[in-house]
Ligand binder design. Structure first.
Ligand code: GLA
Length: 397
């Protein structure tokens, strides 16, 4: 058991009975059920998901939990233990449309909007939430929220939709109602995760290969080190990266950067101006790194061997895609210097978390080295936990 004095922390437990009791207090009745959806970390392949490329996420053991009861009108009431002092937000579903301002509730009411767009029958719901997915840390707390909502709503109203559609509803809520132009990786990871596996997702075909990822068997751990430098995708930088990669594809005469062959990469990219060349090079090489890592893991290779590719991916995000920040670079470098086999920023960037592949026995000293480096650099104090690949969204009760 890792105590508070340790640099590697155990995530807080969620009290499901407590959530059900809070639901009863807020809404004066029992919930019809309780659902959970996890956050995620991406092992490798960043900003490739909206370019038709590959990604390799795992679902985490940290979840957003929702106690839910359908209503017979068109009202959604939603309350979160950790937001606004737990007070419920109330939204009439007929008011929900792109351009509306619903704050964090966008990820809930946006799912109702997206379901209606697909012609699914939607009535209101009452929801009480709790979560141990860190907020704003690049661990997909927003996908956990939209996917737990979609799963619960679908189960309660009998939508009969497949996992991919559950994920799609979450993405639609995020893209159109929350206004963040993301790809589908986070939602697919949150819905389709499997214990002891990583998901190699072909984002063009929207197919998932579940690849064994049981680091414990090799005496290894995957540390997630939170820089506590807050990130946001509704900001302009993410959208700018999306635009510039689309422009690069257009100039290269392909529909998506996925279509650029790796063999002649240098010559092909020569046709682009410097900035677009570097943006495109990141996407194409990182997607190729996903394929390499997935192939190594699928073949049962020693996972230590993927470390080099994690480092290469970080350098590519730092130098070519320019989505890292000094606090994150400092953590990555400190982790490698302290003995991690490889480390890279994970997620959309501009803050968030670093993952580091470490010997079990070195987890504590690597995490401490990152804390020390942050102190020297004048950055916020990082915190670390061990990533445990876990199952996707499901009904708990
Ligand atoms: C965010 C988005 C994803 C993906 C990553 C970067 O997490 O939600 O769709 O683009 O950034 O890989």
């Amino acid at each position: 058991m890792k105590g508070d004095m340790s640099a590697v922390r155990t995530p807080a437990e969620i009290d499901i009975d407590g959530l059900v009791a809070r639901f009863a207090q807020l809404y004066d009745g029992a919930p019809a059920g309780v659902w959970a959806a996890p956050g995620r970390v991406n092992i490798i392949g960043e900003h490739t998901d909206y370019n038709g490329g590959f990604v390799l996420p795992i679902a985490l053991a940290q979840h957003t939990i929702a106690a839910v009861q359908p209503r017979d009108d068109g009202v959604v009431r939603v309350a979160s233990a950790s937001i606004d002092g737990g007070a419920p937000v109330e939204v009439e579903l007929s008011r929900v449309a792109p351009g509306g301002e619903f704050g964090w509730a966008s990820y809930v009411v946006g799912v109702g909007w997206a379901a209606r767009q697909r012609g699914l029958p939607v009535t209101g719901i009452d929801i009480a939430l709790d979560s141990n997915v860190p907020l704003g840390a690049g661990l997909s707390s927003s996908a956990a929220l939209s996917c737990v909502t979609a799963r619960a709503w679908s189960d309660l109203l009998g939508w009969g939709i497949d996992d991919e559609t559950v994920a799609d509803l979450g993405r639609d809520a995020e893209n159109h109602i929350a206004g963040a132009p993301t790809g589908l990786m986070d939602q697919l990871a949150s819905v389709c995760g499997r214990a002891a596996h990583a998901m190699q997702i072909d984002t063009r075909a929207v197919t998932i290969d579940q690849i064994p990822f049981d680091l414990g068997k090799f005496g290894l751990s995957l540390l997630v080190i939170d820089s506590h430098t807050e990130h946001s995708h509704a900001g302009g930088e993410y959208a700018e990266r999306r635009q510039s990669t689309q422009e690069a594809a257009l100039r290269l005469g392909v529909s998506e950067l996925r279509d650029v062959p790796l063999e002649s990469l240098a010559t092909t990219l020569d046709k682009l101006p410097d900035l677009l060349r570097r943006r495109a090079r990141h996407v194409i090489t990182d997607s190729a790194r996903v394929e390499q890592v997935a192939a190594m893991l699928a073949a049962g290779d020693d996972p230590r061997r993927i470390g080099r590719l994690l480092n290469d991916s970080h350098a590519s995000m730092r130098d070519d895609f320019e989505i890292t920040v000094p606090s994150v670079d400092s953590i990555q470098a400190a982790a490698v210097k302290a003995g991690a086999h490889g480390a890279r920023m994970t997620g959309g960037g501009f803050g968030g978390c670093v993952i580091a592949l470490v010997e079990d026995t070195a987890a504590e000293s690597v995490a401490q080295a990152c804390v020390d480096a942050a102190a020297r650099g004048g950055f916020p104090t990082p915190t670390a936990f061990e990533a445990v690949p876990s199952a996707g969204a499901a009904r708990l009760r």
